[in-house]
Design a protein around this ligand. Sequence first.
Ligand code: AMP
Length: 461
Amino acid sequence: MTYVDLVLNRLATGQEREAVIGGDTRLTRGQARDLVFRLADGLARRGIGRGDGVAVFIGNTPEALLLTVAVHLLGARLVYVPPEPGQRELAALIEKAEVAAVVVDPGFSTRLTGWDLAELPGDPVERTPAPDFTTVSYTGGTTGLPKLAVHGPRSTSRWEALSHTPSLTMLCSTLITHGSGAGASVGALVTGSKLVLGPSVFDADVFVRLARDEQVNATFFVPPMMYEVLDHPDCPGPQFLSIGLGGSPLAPERLRQAVERWGPVVYQGYGMTEAMAIAFMPATAVDLAKPHTLRTVGKPNPEMEVEVRDGDVWVRGPHVMRGYWGEPPLSETSDGWLNTGDVGHFDEDGYLYLDDRSKDVIVTGRTSDNVYSRLLDDFLVTLPGIRQAAAVAAPDERWGEAVHLFVVVEDGHELDLHEVEQAVVAELGDLYAPRGVTVVPRLPLTQVGKVDKRRLRALLR
Ligand code: AMP
């Protein structure tokens, strides 16, 4: 049994209830189930079967989400195409993924050609879901070369546990083609929650409107999205039963603000494209009186082995990818272990802390020491007038790299670099002293909504 069985079973009950909403489309459970079978039929008629690669270039719409379920239903290989790359990189990616077909939602993008999603549905032929399938996701990779991470179906035990949780109204604000949005939206379908899909590109105004109009009580954010909502003049009140965060570092001060505003409903998850569900910090364990509970990403998922080796976090277990497409599986090369590329440590109680992405560490000073940019990012937003901050390495003749800050300040606030420097040195020491600062109206975000430090570094070269 896979999650597809659970989704279809759920959609077969209470068929008149609303299941998936997005843009102008509102589908009941019955309509959603019907569309999964229609899409599977359309694919099957065009020759798609078990193991065939189907690349999907889609945004956040109900039809697109149900397409991904349909591909898995047939036991095919679902290849998520990310939104970022330019034409040439997209073509290279499709070639590398060795797919049998590409399905495109022209409403999302016309940069790729393929079968039009709107024309795909066939007849609502009920099919038994295949017992196995794979999912392939694009990852920027630490070397800068895009790689394709291959996952098998996740065990249904987690989904089955979820399927007994009370149904919610879930607003999915991240892309359904990224692990975060896929996890949130599939979780909603499995639990019979009403799913509201936010636009493919996050927009805090739309979030605020949908949260109000659809009476949303659960959501998942990449942290920078939550910061925009917290700073929004119409930020929702304490209407949520569950708010998930993950995908990039969460500033403890911002987590504090979220809990103060929304109550003890904010949890954090740590995962990555190559390894989902590594660690989890439940909302009930976040205690404003205990600052370390605002900094940790929680304890390892009991199904996963997590070790810190020479500062790097390594993981092994059922949520780790099988390997990269076209390369030997991890089970052959590293006994299943994966280096996450995150620098971290455990405390004596077994809580995991992420100090930085290894590529974001700034190596500076006379003895080439490590500055964890994340510590700076978290500290800077506690200073008056600073809303958002990102510290990155600037090339520097004397120190190899120098700390450079990009900050978003409150309207009318005059930033005094000298004051900032003094505060940083008092808190984190001389090594962390910024050598330069750029005030920006907003930090650049990736399409998934994470602060794009690569782009910031490029500005300094
Ligand atoms: P991606 O493969 O795009 O999902 O990015 C995965 C990376 O995001 C991880 O390796 C971490 O560096 C970062 N990340 C994910 N979740 C968290 C979290 N809760 N706290 C800090 N960083 C995170």
